[in-house]
Design a protein around this ligand. Structure first.
Ligand code: GSH
Length: 220
């Protein structure tokens, strides 16, 4: 049996969480090696990180960096990247939209005070007026269960991850988006995803003040 992928990152969400989500949705077991100090990260930078950045994933004899490349590799390998060039391009297009929204949420999580309030206004506005209407429209236009090709893809996995992240800061974010509400229920009941959402999985919680402080130290 092939070795399990090994994920190298800190013990938190960041840019690795979508990779955890995708592997889990594909039903792939993985291992994690966390760095906990600046020194441990420096050691990785000096030895294995091509651009001195994480996430890094050891998979199929490669040490992959750049989260989009990693996501696309895993998606393609597990038939989550469409059946032809058009589907693949739509999947990547939708996935890029979710990544923009997730990026805003990642920035929000490290801000404090007035800066955080302003970022939340921006997130609320873009969620309700830009991103969620777009995905609602896609689902409405073709009337299918998934965003592309009537089967689960990278885009769907990233969309459910994003919906749950948004709801952590805007609990009523899905009100007014009935198709996205149904999508959330459907996706959450897919067995591999249900397992990942259950307690004890490798899904990471929202960072608390102590872990944020440690992450700041690691990357300072
Ligand atoms: N384009 C890269 C960006 C990766 C990135 O910025 N990683 C951060 C942590 S999430 C990092 O390693 N920062 C350390 C540094 O740049 O020195 C990707 O998508 O993977």
């Amino acid at each position: 049996m092939a070795n399990k992928p090994i994920l190298h990152y800190f013990n938190g969400r960041g840019r690795m969480e979508s990779i955890r989500w995708l592997l889990a949705a594909a039903g792939v077991e993985f291992e994690e090696q966390f760095f906990e100090t600046k020194e441990e990260l420096q050691k990785l930078k000096a030895t294995v990180l091509l651009f001195q950045q994480v996430p890094m994933v050891e998979i199929d004899g490669m040490k992959l960096v750049q989260c989009r490349a990693i996501l696309h590799y895993i998606a393609e390998k597990h038939s989550l990247l469409g059946k032809d060039l058009k589907e693949r391009t739509l999947i990547i297009m939708y996935s890029e939209g979710t990544m923009e929204l997730m990026e805003l949420l990642m920035i929000y999580s490290v801000l404090t005070g007035e800066e955080q309030k302003q970022k939340l206004d921006e997130i609320t506005n873009k969620t309700k007026n830009r991103y969620f209407p777009a995905y609602e429209k896609v689902l409405k236009t073709h009337g299918q269960n998934f965003l592309v090709g009537n089967q689960m893809s990278l885009a769907d996995v990233q969309l459910i991850e994003t919906i749950l992240m948004v709801e952590e800061v805007i609990p009523d974010a899905l009100s007014g988006f009935p198709l996205l509400q149904a999508f959330k229920t459907r996706m959450s009941n897919i067995p591999t995803i249900k397992k990942f959402l259950a307690p004890g999985s490798k899904r990471k919680p929202v960072a608390d003040a102590k872990s944020l402080e440690n992450i700041r130290k690691i990357f300072s």
